[in-house]
Design a protein around this ligand. Structure first.
Ligand code: ZN
Length: 480
């Protein structure tokens, strides 16, 4: 089974083909915990509620796939090692319709992933219908073309989710115990928002929705009060659409060039006594974080948001790059929590030759940034797919699957993970699951490419990037 259940005890005999399947509630179990008891005449599924029973049914279906009609008698007792087991889809760089998202969600539910991190705003597009700021979807949802690295197209690209569609996705996820965690990335990665509302930037000058990949220098102005009023109103609207506990507010890749040249931002820094623009970013994130906390939500940020050293410890840090000056460690030492999503193990937009299925499985759940708290600092894991270079749902699926399943097992089994060899053997047996949900997954010959094939794939991947883009990213990265 995938993920492998914590305990399975086999007993003598087999269940009859017409054995009754019964379900019972047991409030003593945790939300995601479940039991299965297979006896000759009866199969009993136990959970404390909807999610536990769904997981029990899912595991039973997988058992039937493995054993066919001769289901051996057994007892299964299972629960996850980590409560946060997330998958991320970037719908800002390329828009994917709700039917495609539902396929990805249903497939993820099969492996007991329980958070859908929905990336719905970035430099290249805003993707949600807004009642209070309609220019967001009218202007921010469409770009003039794609100039992503070496790929060029003059076809306008875009799309956005209507409010009913957002509710539909949230409800669909809810059926399978999945919470949607929306992300509005800020103060950087906001070019699409600024194309719609340019007065929120430092210079207030018009900008176009981004048409290339990489890092952009446009930021929300952290000095103007209007910026915060806008974000608060927007959050009020979004919190109604997204009822979950967590809300992602980005905080990554925000070069400080604009803030350094802005009288409003500089005035704010002086008033607050900040030594540098990193602290201003901490201030910016804290204001948004405290607004979310006041509404009973938990903010999540990418790890760059802690570099100012002043981020509120209630903000969960999503760890993806390096720990500059041990600031991530310092945040966790204060009692902050982390979601682990290190690029080399968790980013599925890279070819299998760069981040193999085995690499995904071998995510280090105790990196040095966690310091002495180790497991206590970790909420869980996330596996991600970014879509600058993914334009079709077939590529989206082949890049994601089966790597998402490997991440799901790491989050579910934790340190008791049975190892990659064991995992890949079970994956082979259960491979027909992908076809069952209409998903195109990479075949086993793709999972861990040999050295030559890996080198070939890495070279092809590098061809996505143009030399100018690379140079610009290098320059801006130094300023983050
Ligand atoms: Zn400013």
């Amino acid at each position: 089974m995938l993920p492998r259940p914590e305990k399975i005890i086999f007993m003598d005999g087999f269940a009859a083909q017409d054995a009754r399947v019964e379900e019972q509630l047991c409030p003593e179990l945790e939300k995601e915990e479940y039991r299965i008891q297979i006896a000759p005449e009866r199969i009993m599924l136990t959970g404390s509620g909807k999610t536990g029973l769904f997981y029990a049914r899912t595991t039973l279906d997988q058992l039937r796939m493995v054993y066919g009609d001769m289901l051996p008698c057994m007892k299964v007792a299972d629960r996850p090692a980590y409560s946060y087991r997330s998958f991320h889809i970037d719908c800002a760089r390329h828009y994917f319709p709700t039917d495609e998202l539902k396929k990805m969600i249903r497939m993820s539910a099969e492996f007991k992933l329980n958070r859908f991190h929905w990336h719905i705003s970035d430099d290249q597009g805003w993707r949600i219908e807004s009642k209070c700021y309609p220019r967001l979807h009218e202007i921010g949802a469409v770009r003039g073309g794609d100039y992503f690295g070496n790929y060029h197209s003059d076809q306008p690209e875009g799309g956005y989710y209507r409010r009913e569609e957002v509710r539909e996705i949230v409800d669909y996820c809810g059926q399978f115990g999945i919470e949607v965690v929306p992300e509005i990335d800020m103060p950087g990665h906001v070019t699409a928002i600024l194309a719609a509302y340019p007065e929120l930037s430092c210079a207030g000058e018009p900008v176009e929705v981004g048409m290339r990949a990489g890092i952009f220098k446009e930021l929300f102005c952290a000095g103007k009060e209007e910026t915060f009023a806008f974000i608060h109103n927007l959050l009020d609207e979004l919190l109604e659409l997204f009822p979950g506990k967590y809300f992602h507010i980005g905080g990554d890749e925000a070069p400080k060039e604009r803030w350094r040249a802005c009288p409003y931002c500089q005035k704010r820094m002086k008033e607050e006594g900040f030594q540098n623009e990193q602290e201003l970013q901490g201030y910016f994130c804290n204001r948004i974080a405290s607004y979310l906390l006041s509404k009973g939500r938990i903010p999540i940020v990418w790890n760059e948001a802690v570099y100012g050293g002043n981020l509120d410890k209630e903000a969960v840090v999503q760890l993806w790059t390096e720990d500059k000056d041990d600031q991530i460690k310092a945040h966790l030492d204060k009692g902050g929590k982390a979601v682990l999503s290190v690029v080399e193990n968790c980013y599925c937009d890279y070819p299998y030759g760069m981040h193999s299925l085995k690499d995904v499985y071998q995510l280090n759940m105790n990196p040095r940034e966690l310091g002495g708290h180790g497991k206590d600092s970790v909420l869980g894991t996330e596996v991600l797919i970014w879509t600058e270079f993914i334009r079709s749902h077939i590529t989206l699926e082949e890049m994601s699957w089966p790597r998402f399943a490997a991440s799901a097992e790491v989050g579910w089994c934790g340190e008791k993970s049975p190892g990659y060899e064991d995992f890949s053997r079970r994956l082979e047996v259960l491979f027909p699951l992908f076809a069952k949900y209409g998903i195109r997954a990479a075949g086993m010959e793709e999972w861990v490419p040999d050295e030559d094939k890996a080198a070939e794939q890495a070279a092809a991947f590098q061809m996505n990037f143009s030399e100018e883009d690379r140079e610009e990213v290098r320059r801006l990265q130094e300023d983050i």
